[in-house]
Ligand binder design. Structure first.
Ligand code: FE
Ligand code: FE
Ligand code: MG
Length: 167
């Protein structure tokens, strides 16, 4: 990146790069978890949920792009091998082995809650020492907060429907 742009980062750039590559691994795994979940999902409301999952998958891929661009801008290299994703991830990968809507929603809600914690921590740690990374993390956090809310609303509707049918 530009020398001045790098110079204004008031903290260890390699540390920022480590944090960013961990978030980068999370985004790819989240993308795949959503993408596959959307394909295999089964049960009531599956069409509504499918649409939401696909939108979120697209958002996670866009996040991976944003994080990769910042890594490169800081003079780093985004993880070059997908095998590193599992070593570096904060939030892991929740394999969608059960295609039932409720289970898929619960798994992805758990993932979003982890993502919210990760970006919240990143924002607190980086603060104004690296305002560009800070701004990017705030933008991503806004999406993750919205993702959690969307999935919880769907799960609420589904739970209500299932409890009515059970009566
Ligand atoms: Fe994301
Ligand atoms: Fe998300
Ligand atoms: Mg949404």
């Amino acid at each position: 990146m530009g020398t001045k742009g790098r110079e204004i980062v008031g903290m260890d750039v390699n540390h920022v790069l480590d944090l960013l590559n961990k978030a980068f691994a999370d985004e790819w795994l989240a993308y795949y978890q959503y993408w596959l979940g959307a394909k295999i999902i089964a049960g009531p409301m599956k069409d509504n949920v499918n649409t939401e999952l696909l939108q979120h998958a697209a958002d996670e891929l866009r996040h991976a792009d944003m994080v990769a661009n910042r890594i490169i801008q800081l003079g780093g290299t985004p993880l070059t091998n997908p095998q590193q994703w599992f070593k570096e991830t904060n939030c892991g990968y929740d394999e969608p082995t059960d295609p039932f809507v409720q289970r898929i929603l619960e798994q992805n809600i758990k993932g979003e809650q982890c993502a919210i914690s990760v970006y919240h921590k990143l924002i607190q740690e980086v603060g104004l020492k690296d305002p560009v990374t800070y701004n990017m993390a705030v933008q991503i956090l806004q999406d993750e907060v919205e993702h959690e809310e969307d999935l919880q609303a769907l799960l609420e509707d589904l739970t209500m429907m299932l409890s009515r049918t059970a009566r």
